[in-house]
Design a protein around this ligand. Sequence first.
Ligand code: FMN
Length: 482
Amino acid sequence: MTIPLHFNAFVMNTNSHIHHGQWRRPDAGQVDFDDVRVWIDLAKKLEEAKFDALFFADVTGVYGDADADFDVYIREGLQIPSNDPIPLVAALAVHTERIGLALTSNVAQSHPYQFARQVSTLDHISKGRIAWNIVTGLQDNGARNFGYPRLTDHTERYAWADEYVDVAYKLWEGSWDEGALLKDRERGLYSDPTKIHKINHVSERYSVQGPHLPSPSPQRTPVLYQAGSSASGRAFAAKHAEATFIIAPNPALAKELIDDTRRQAVEAGRRPEDIKFFQGLSFVIGDTEEEAWAKAAEYEKYVSIDGYLAHSALVDRTGRAYDPDTPLKDVETNTAKGFGEWVSKAITDREPLVRDVALLISRSTRIVGTPEQIADALVEWQDAGVDGINVINWVIPGSFVEFADHVLPVLRDRGLAQREYGTGTTLREQLFGAPRLNERHPAANYRGAFAVADAGTAEGAGEAVEASEGSVDVALAPGASR
Ligand SMILES: Cc1cc2nc3c(=O)[nH]c(=O)nc-3n(C[C@H](O)[C@H](O)[C@H](O)COP(=O)(O)O)c2cc1C
């Protein structure tokens, strides 16, 4: 039986996100990304086409050499200027009903207590359509903007992410028990004080007393994305991710990563199907193959290799960017290891170079052809274990409109794309059939955990509230007055 693929529109609140140079095309609406209407119009078009989510990437600084000038980034509008996706997601939630809204936030950029509150607020506003792309950063400048001397060591970054999500899980899943929110006007009980708990989290980086300020949102925990593909990245994904965003050079290498990550997920007590894999791909579509390749040649005219090289800048441990012709085997980087690993596996007939990482992002994620040929290629990715596609754009909204108008109808006819959104209203129901994280996810361990802890001290803090039919008798702590 053919299973529909999921489709996300992969974007960033900036001028030049992935396909650098394309902003110079006359139809490149991303040039005016500061205008919220660019995004509202896009979100509505994507929702009409039944995309699963609008997925915002984000960074906390500029790429490349820590102390070099940033001229190329500034000339290209390469993720600078860029705006914060979180306020934008709030605006889009108000103008849409069903499409998921995924935001990227780095563990170094905001304290988990504040971030957990922002996400719960967004999940309330959107009625449960928020996803979080958990990233640990890949820019020295991005770290220095938050007071760190440079990017934290690669392995240590994932340990940091582990600690960060632990605080967030406690707040999202454990601080408020089910049924804590009452809104009982007659008895003057907005919430039940014995069902809301401090989390008293203390760990190496964080000390968070709690409780979580927002009441439980429809999903409580946002859908959890992750995009690292190194050994540490896969281990983190196996434990925490519900969806992993990959950019494999070909289906065979994608299968290798997917099988390995799913194997590790099972070892962590989860099921293989608990994680969905989304491959990043861009498309050049033509009614005929010739037309498609003619369009590809047109796009090539705008390609900025400087932009791709700058974006994929592999820097050494001192923050110095490698020369593009450096053999990858000589690269010792603390930033994104996975990209280099992909390229080294994909290029076997010659020495893989740093410049090949740039080409990985620009070429190997591209499918050129007719809608039928694109559908055939997507079946190959699905056969490799891919559950969804993050559609990378050349121009906004054109790339997505073209895909929706020409490719999605062919995919629907083959059962490879949904015609309607599924039952339920939350993003997690769309992906997994239920609004809440399943019991096998580590965050689920915190459900009720603090109620047990508090029950152990109930004598000192006031008896448990006996919620009975029609009335709630609130026993007060000794000495407290009504
Ligand atoms: C398709 C894709 C999209 C990514 N988007 C972001 C992003 O928006 N922000 C970010 O800081 N890192 C982003 N990353 C980087 C990853 O979060 C991760 O840091 C990087 O892949 C290195 O992880 P690894 O060394 O485990 O492979 C992305 C990576 C991939 C493959």
